[in-house]
Design a protein around this ligand. Structure first.
Ligand code: ATP
Ligand code: MG
Length: 417
């Protein structure tokens, strides 16, 4: 009996063809540029002890309140599919005993993340992030270098004109305490106009209200006090230092006092690269400084800074800019007659070993094979007939110009490399 064709789970997608190539371009470019900045790649598990994220993201974050894929495994332990990587990287720093020496450590990562969200363009339940973290550096130069690396990646991708860097500071603990009091006073005076989530945030983490997506909250937030009046002198100096280094690195930015980032562990620098080209999903790269997170994982105080970027959103920007990488164009090796197959296979492998993308059809006559070569958008066909093989030559046909010449078989890999 015929079965119903199955669909991917809601909010998940297959990456095939152009979509995969854009995705791969984003990750490869990020990995290459991050390497230039001295980052080394880490891979951490896709699932973690739920406490990694409950502690790491804070229990008032949207992610922890509403978006985590949490489940008891067969042994009864509570596990969570990672919604982001920063908490896992900090957990790994502690678990692997890397907190005492070798700091700062500069880590790059790429991989799938999982959040139970309402799926829409640029927002999925399984999505992918690239990211970098500098672990164990308290200097504003680290913040600026991290941002410069993110900007550099966007430039190499060819999408940097479409994004704007917005930065803010959340100050140090003293600045935040003073600001927090001012925010509580302001929002408490408008308590009845706050969303239910934000009334909860008002009790537990009022800064979070600044990050709310509720339209009513956003109207109130627009009139809320900003942190700048509450910054201590050292916090203001730190922020000025970050901006000075950004100018030195040639990274353009603008101030946005509403940026707080969704996660509880941020302090000092908070930033986002935003775009107006993706509708509501405007943030492509986001990050900041998180001086308390490694301690949450059971390690010593380890000031750190980093960002994460959505691969799907960067890939959408590539598509929008007409920058989808082309599929590689193969060379088609075409034997004519049974006795030609052996020498054709030898040439096929010689081409591949010379770094040439080469294919052979598993069956078919000359006409069929050339049709397939055209469908694959092959750049050339090497046609090997039995008599020519005996003379050590083959026909090399350029499939764009249609010109054909007789070439010594031994010469062909060099000609096409
Ligand atoms: P948003 O405000 O769009 O929900 P966020 O603050 O939850 O983003 P972060 O946790 O900072 O996002 O993640 C960093 C980046 O990862 C985002 O800027 C975005 O590009 C990407 N991202 C986050 N959630 C998703 C998702 N569900 N689908 C696709 N990309 C996502
Ligand atoms: Mg979100």
């Amino acid at each position: 009996m015929a079965q119903t064709p199955l669909q991917p789970a809601r909010g998940t997608r297959d990456l095939i063809g152009e979509e995969f190539r854009r995705h791969q371009r984003v990750v490869d470019t990020a990995r290459r540029v991050a390497t230039l900045y001295g980052f080394e790649e880490w891979a951490t598990p896709v699932f973690e002890d739920t406490r990694v994220f409950a502690r790491g993201l804070g229990d008032t974050s949207d992610v922890v309140m509403k978006e985590m894929y949490t489940f008891p495994d067969r042994g009864g332990e509570s596990l969570t599919l990672r919604p982001e990587m920063t908490a896992g990287v900090c957990r790994a720093l502690v678990s692997n005993g890397l907190t005492q020496s070798g700091l700062p450590r500069k880590v790059f990562y790429a991989g799938p993340m999982f959040r139970y969200e309402r799926p829409q363009k640029g927002r999925y339940r399984q999505f992918h992030q690239i990211g970098i973290e500098v672990l164990g550096a308290a200097e504003p130069l680290a913040d600026a270098e991290v941002i410069a690396c993110g900007w550099h990646i966007q430039q190499e991708l060819g999408i940097a004109e479409g994004t704007v860097l917005e930065i803010n500071t959340l100050g140090d603990a003293e600045s935040r305490a003073a600001y927090r009091a001012a925010l509580v006073a302001y929002f408490a005076a408008h308590r009845d106009r706050l969303s239910e989530d934000s009334r909860l945030r008002l009790e537990r983490n009022p800064l979070r209200i600044l990050d709310s997506k509720d339209p009513g909250d956003r109207a109130l937030v627009a009139e809320a006090p900003t942190i700048h009046a509450y910054l201590t002198a050292p916090a203001a100096a730190f922020h000025a230092g970050v901006k000075r280094y950004l100018e030195r690195f040639g990274v353009p930015f603008r101030d946005n006092p509403r940026i707080v980032r969704g996660l509880d562990y941020y302090n000092h620098t908070a930033f986002e690269f935003v775009t107006d080209r993706l509708g509501a999903q405007g943030t492509v790269m986001a990050g900041g400084r998180y001086d308390g997170l490694v301690e949450e994982m059971g390690g010593p105080p380890t000031p750190s800074v980093g960002w994460a970027a959505g691969v799907e959103r960067l890939a959408l920007l590539l598509e929008e800019a007409g920058l989808t990488p082309p599929a590689p164009r193969p060379v088609a090796v075409v034997p004519v007659g049974e006795a030609a197959e052996g020498p054709a296979l030898d040439l096929l492998q010689a081409l591949r070993r010379a770094g040439v993308v080469a294919e052979i059809a598993y069956r078919g006559n000359l006409k069929r094979r050339l049709e397939r070569a055209n469908r694959q958008h092959a750049r050339a066909a090497v046609i090997l007939g039995e008599e020519e093989i005996a003379r050590g030559v083959a026909q090399l046909r350029d499939l764009d110009s249609g010109t054909q010449e007789t070439v010594a078989i031994g010469e062909i890999p060099r000609r096409l490399a």
